[in-house]
Design a protein. Sequence first.
Length: 424
Amino acid sequence: MITTIITFIIVFGLIVFIHEFGHFYFAKRAGILVREFSIGMGPKLFNYRTADTTYTIRLLPVGGYVRMAGAEDDEDELKPGTPVSLYVGDHDQVTRINTSKKSTLFNGIPMAVTATDLEDQLWIEGYENGDESAVKRYSVAHNATIIEADGTEVRIAPRDVQFQSASLGHRLMTNFAGPMNNFFLAIIVYTILTFVMGGVTNNGNRVTPTTTQVTVARNAGIKNGDYITAVNGKAVKTWDQISTQIQGRANKPTTFKIKRNGQNKAIQLTPKAHTVNKQTVGEIGITQYRSHDIGAMLVSGFTQTWQMTVRLLGAIWTMISGHFRLNDLGGPVAIFATTSTAASEGLVGVLSFLAFLSLNLGIVNLLPIPALDGGKILLNVIEGIRRKPLSENVETAITLVGVVFLVVLMLLVTWNDIERYFIR
């Protein structure tokens, strides 16, 4: 269990970090203020603040976010009557606004807020020191900070550094950068996995007998580099076809046609019965042949990513074309359960799971669902076609619908996962 928990935190944390770093990097390049970069959700455990960005680690390792100034998930509203403490620096400008009871400001001026403008004209006003006979207004510095209720200190968000102030191209690239980074991570991990496993496969019909134990294949005379061309009269050209044919012939005498050094021969053997997920399947102890060509190994990350992308897109299409089942989806509970299996398979299992999960996150985030990156990109495209953005109310409504849909879906998936892995 401890190994599973540690693996889950590392794998999920790395994927989220890489995803959010994509948004972070391109937002910075676009001149968008990133107020907070968080790994994890929920209560804050740790934070470190630079001149522009506050970096936080939060309690629940099930996500993360990049909080960009002016984005839909970024809001600074000091309602009238809010008690604050102000630190006034040079030129009588406010440089820090404290709204938290967890933090105190040395020489802070207590004020009950009556009105603010922290986006355009940059000022705050209210009743100072409990004196309601006069309203006092202070100018607020462009780089001032605000200490929020949980004690997190972040920059205020003036209009010129907000997300919507960036060009359409910069905003589109910032939205796309998260999934893009997940694709890059998958390519890198699949490449590393190829070197860890000692070569690259091409899903062909060339095989290698397992070398770690005496196997049915080795005893029958199958050798490294042989091509299996038929199983019991059924022609096979790919590893998947070979595997399917063998699995269905447990304890059944079977004829294999082998091609070796340009010559064909027949080999008789009986696949051994093996139980997998409460089902009996046949196995003979072979693996896919692995090429040690360095060029092929370096390219393998791209080819494996492409192949898995095609499979995932096919699965998504199957779901949306009328064959949707909750069991086809998995949330954090399912990911944790799968992490246990991956961790039990060692480094190869963890790397395979990491690449698959990163690719999965990248593809799902590109779906044109409001609140996901794909939904935001779709709004960018619509803005480009219309040559003007949708109204703020329309965009907010669309995003809200997407958020509600995702929350409901996540609750259903999570409950289904709990039933699937822990109750049934």
